[in-house]
Design a protein around this ligand. Sequence first.
Ligand SMILES: CC(C)c1onc(-c2c(Cl)cccc2Cl)c1COc1ccc(-c2ccc3c(C(=O)O)csc3c2)cc1
Length: 228
Amino acid sequence: EITKEQQALMKIITDAYNRHQIPQDVAKKLLQDQYSAEENFLLLTEMATSQVQVLVEFTKNIPGFLSLDREDQIALLKGSAVEAMFLRSAQVFSRKMPSGHTEVLEERIRKSGISEEFITPMFNFYKSIGELHMVQEEQALLTTVTILTPDRPYVKDQQAVERLQETMLDVLRKLCVLQHPQEPQYFARLLGRLTELRTLSHYHTEMLVSWRMNDHKFTPLLCEIWDV
Ligand SMILES: CC(C)c1onc(-c2c(Cl)cccc2Cl)c1COc1ccc(-c2ccc3c(C(=O)O)csc3c2)cc1
């Protein structure tokens, strides 16, 4: 049974998740009409940079996050940024954006210098997330659980992160039972997506290397968070 304080925790996280979104004027740039690989890469870089800023603001609203060691906060953000952005962009695809962002985002990702070997698993992931039909509370909690992964590189106090993550996992588990009573395995399926995210994160590192080799430039914020 979800307790009162778990209800409150879920509301704080879901409100923060909905409040911190890429500004519409940035998202609208996806709709402009240049479609060269260069232009697509530049637009996706702008989206990613904006999304990282949104992610940092969202993370500050996770109860307990700001009480963690300052360096561990940075390690968690650096370690989870790509996975959080896969989850966020997955929601764009499954939400079927009214303003047609879905199609143009897909088109730009497919034509931005990413090799086919990464495109296939990426869009399989997007499809598998879409099939889950997550409610927004589940999306917000799943992103929070991803950020609070204790075994990211350079995290010193893993216990402290583990305690926070377990709190969030407990709420997410109860929410899944409530939202999907006809599917007892739903929570396990969600956690399976986190494993898929780890694999995509490894592919992403190789994507960055190949972009670098073709002399693609990133923004200072992305260089900071991805050590490129
Ligand atoms: C540096 C760049 C080339 C790059 O490198 N790897 C990836 C990258 C890719 Cl290509 C796929 C997955 C993850 C990453 Cl980091 C990217 C692009 O990252 C993106 C991050 C985030 C969005 C994104 C989020 C939300 C929304 C919303 C909304 O919420 O309303 C409307 S439009 C939109 C757009 C798109 C692209």
